[in-house]
Design a protein around this ligand. Structure first.
Ligand code: AMP
Length: 502
């Protein structure tokens, strides 16, 4: 029996003398050298007793070795479980207790402080730092550079990724070999990746975007990656001339737009892709004006991999996430029934990309994944007459004020268009009369002082009275997580008492 991910993504690297990874300092790592590292880690993990199905949890810096460890883990039939490098010891206690990994890897600097915690959950603690050094490397260095992958079925687990958990506890999304492989194949084909592509990869690899969308698509196409530890605009502008494609979150693009040299650096590029958070139509337009490129926006999530994409050829429509991917079904529903075209509904997804459920949470799985395979995403959207899907927000961000539904996105689009406003976040806050009241948080463009009353007056004519914000505050920057998503939960907590409940 084969190993689906190993066979499609890693097996051919053994004979590849050409460059696979280019690093920030100019170092190049060939496919065969990278394969040797996969093999040594595979032997090392087996030596530690890691069996098919065991979890290998990591909280480590992005590095070529970290990517090789992902490859080694899935190649021996084990389950890769990357954790956000920002998580604290208290948060790790939950993840390690919940996932019970056989092995946990962290930076050597954290090992002493985490040993009691990993011991208490029966995990073997090893280390790997940003340069690839640490106890895992010491254990693996003298191992052979070839190995035999373990057989596993297409529905065997390859990874568990915890959702960011803005409401309640994080849930571990179980992703199978086939979930990841089917999505990588579909995206590579749709976006026309091949072995001549060089992908600028500046995303973290503890998240679906950097680990699966970016790395898997590049690996399955036989291309190269410029593999950077993190994003900074200056380095990206310096290295873009060596790349053919880039994948990023919207903040990468807004930072590039503020950087001198973008038009020249981007001239020869084949493709820019954005996802993980909404790309403002304004960013799309400004990027096209500077570079001539229309950013291709796509939509997905931890539980489902990618679901929709704007077309490669054909119109990439700003402010939309395009069409369902080939092989992926999408329907928009309200209270379980499909809505009419143009109406807002919750996105439901079915296809080979949809995960196998939440790790050890059968009730949560049953709430969000129907028996016939539809995943209820919690994202609200509309679909226009041409089939383009536009996301209007998360269901939990929907505001119900005095019995009326208000979709934050509708207001945010209007507020963002007011001169002087850089961006906005509209939330619902507890209110004594209305249940919830509409509340807007604005950030100004550089050098502008915003007058909240004037902003409100500017949008008043375009909005029914019940939709108009009851209050507006101005902040320097909206709070965002590492993937560039605005954290409305933090805003709701901060302003919770704004309208006195009497
Ligand atoms: P995560 O599981 O961290 O990848 O977050 C997934 C969520 O990010 C989705 O459910 C959407 O709410 C949001 N998201 C991802 N891509 C887009 C996009 N292109 N536009 C708007 N929201 C997006």
């Amino acid at each position: 029996m084969p190993n689906p991910l190993y066979d499609a993504l890693f097996a051919t690297l053994a004979d590849r003398d050409s460059t696979l990874l280019r690093l920030q300092d100019g170092t190049e790592i060939s496919g065969s050298a990278f394969y040797g590292q996969i093999a040594r880690f595979a032997h090392g993990l087996r030596h530690l007793g890691v069996q098919p199905g065991d979890r290998v949890a990591v909280q480590i810096a992005k590095s070529p070795e970290a990517l090789a460890l992902y490859a080694a883990t899935v190649s021996i039939g084990a389950v890769f479980l990357p954790l956000n490098t920002a998580y604290t010891a208290a948060e790790l206690d939950y993840f390690i207790g919940n996932a019970t990994p056989r092995v946990f890897l962290c930076d050597p600097a954290k090992a002493d402080s985490l040993r009691a915690l990993t011991d208490s959950h029966g995990a073997n603690l090893l280390t790997l730092d940003a340069r690839g050094e640490g106890s895992l490397m010491a254990l693996s260095a003298s191992q052979p550079s070839t190995f035999t992958a373990s057989d596993c079925a297409p529905d065997a687990l390859a990874a568990i990724l915890y959702t960011s958990g803005t409401t309640g506890r994080s849930k571990g999304a179980m992703l199978t070999h086939d979930n990841l492989l089917s999505n990588a194949k579909t995206l590579a084909q749709l976006w026309r990746f091949d072995d001549t592509d060089i992908l600028l990869h500046a995303l973290p690899i503890f998240h679906t975007h950097g680990l699966f969308v970016a790395s898997n698509v590049s690996l399955i196409s036989g291309g190269q990656m410029i593999f950077l530890p993190s994003f900074d605009a200056e380095t990206a502008i310096r290295l873009l001339p060596e790349a053919t494609a880039m994948m990023g979150v919207p903040t990468f693009y807004t930072r590039l737009l503020d950087s001198p040299g973008l038009p020249e650096a981007a001239k020869h590029m084949r493709l820019f892709i954005s996802g993980s958070a909404p790309l403002l139509a304004e960013t799309h337009t400004a990027f096209e004006a500077q570079t001539g490129h229309r950013i291709l926006e796509r939509y997905g999530m931890t539980e489902t991999n990618m679901n929709t994409s704007n077309p490669y050829e054909g119109e990439r429509r700003a402010g939309t996430v395009g069409f369902p991917l080939p092989g992926v079904e999408i329907r928009l529903t309200s209270n379980g029934t499909e809505v009419a075209q143009g109406e807002v509904g919750m996105i439901e997804v079915r296809g080979p990309n949809v995960f196998a459920g939440y790790w050890q949470m059968p009730e949560k799985t049953a709430e969000e994944l129907t028996a016939d395979g539809w995943f209820l995403t919690g994202d609200l959207a509309t679909q226009d007459a041409d089939g383009y899907i536009s996301i209007v927000g998360r269901a939990k961000d929907l505001i119900i004020t005095g019995g009326y539904n208000v979709y934050p996105k509708e207001l945010e689009l209007l507020l963002d268009a007011v001169p002087g406003v850089l961006e906005s976040a509209v939330i619902g806050l507890p209110h004594p009369d209305f249940g919830e009241a509409v509340f807007a948080v604005l950030s100004p463009r550089k050098g502008v002082t915003l007058d909240p009353a004037a902003v409100l007056a500017a949008v008043a004519d375009s909005l029914a009275r019940f939709k108009q914000p009851k209050a507006v505050v101005v902040v320097a920057d909206l709070p965002r997580n590492t993937m560039g998503k605005v954290q409305k939960n933090l805003l709701r907590a901060e302003y919770a008492g704004w309208f006195k409940l009497g």
